[in-house]
Ligand binder design. Structure first.
Ligand code: HPA
Length: 234
């Protein structure tokens, strides 16, 4: 057990999928895993362990934003020795070619993030995905119905942004989408020598204002979970 995760050592798999929403962890575990078992409910941040095609997998909610994700990922790596960590989450589209329901494989995550700023100060560290996972996810995506994009994303610290000029610069520099967690996941994976990737579903669009209707969310999020699982065990 750790401060924020109630699971015993051995109850967390080496491969962990990380949705922000704990109820999405429950849904993904019950939909995609064989024999899913609740292993964490501290603070309602549900985590399940089961198997996928015989491989052990944990699906653990990370909460919203980098400070929350940082707590779970630090404990998953340092206390449970998680080796492969894949964020499965939603993002806002930032390019015309990126449509709602599309999947983004985040090659790199630009951020103004507070968790890593304390370490890097004047250095602009470039948080990037693990190449083997990214390559495997690209292959898995090619066999999936979802329209997939691979490129840079923006990990913001704010959902209700008072600096629209920052989003404008991201759009101008080809950033595909905005979310709030991947940069810290990539930074922690780099620090501890683990594999990390973010597979994101475009749930809304900053340029068009379009949003995924709630009744279509599950099927769209399913593509992302399938790609993440296939990539993890390729
Ligand atoms: N901003 C930040 N995070 C998000 C968004 C957004 O528009 N959509 C989904 N996650």
């Amino acid at each position: 057990m750790t401060i924020h995760i109630g699971a015993q050592k051995g109850e967390i798999a080496e491969t962990v999928l990380l949705p922000g929403d704990p109820y999405r962890a429950k849904w993904a575990a019950e939909t995609f895993l064989e024999n899913p078992r609740l292993v964490n409910e501290v603070r309602g941040m549900l985590g399940y362990t089961g198997t996928w095609k015989g491989n052990a997998v944990t699906i653990q909610g990370s909460g919203m934003g980098m400070p929350s994700l940082s707590i779970y990922v630090n404990e998953l790596i340092r206390d449970y020795d998680a080796k492969t960590l894949i964020r499965i989450g939603s993002c806002g589209g930032m390019q015309e070619k990126v449509k709602v329901r599309d999947v983004i494989l985040a090659m790199a995550a630009t951020t103004t993030s507070s968790p890593s700023r304390g370490i890097f100060r004047e250095v602009n560290f470039a948080p990037c995905a693990d190449w083997s996972l990214l390559q495997a996810a690209a292959k898995a995506a090619a066999g999936n119905d979802a329209n997939t994009h691979i490129g840079g994303i923006y990990s913001s610290d704010v959902f209700y942004d008072e600096r629209p000029d920052l989003n404008e610069q991201m759009v101008r520099h080809g950033i595909l989408g905005v979310e709030m967690e991947a940069a810290e996941l990539y930074t922690l994976a780099a620090r501890y020598g683990r594999r990390a990737l973010a597979v994101l579903t475009v749930s809304d669009h900053l340029l068009t204002g379009e949003a995924l209707p709630s009744d279509q969310r599950e099927s769209s999020f399913g593509d992302m979970v399938e790609i993440a699982l296939e990539a993890a065990f390729a």
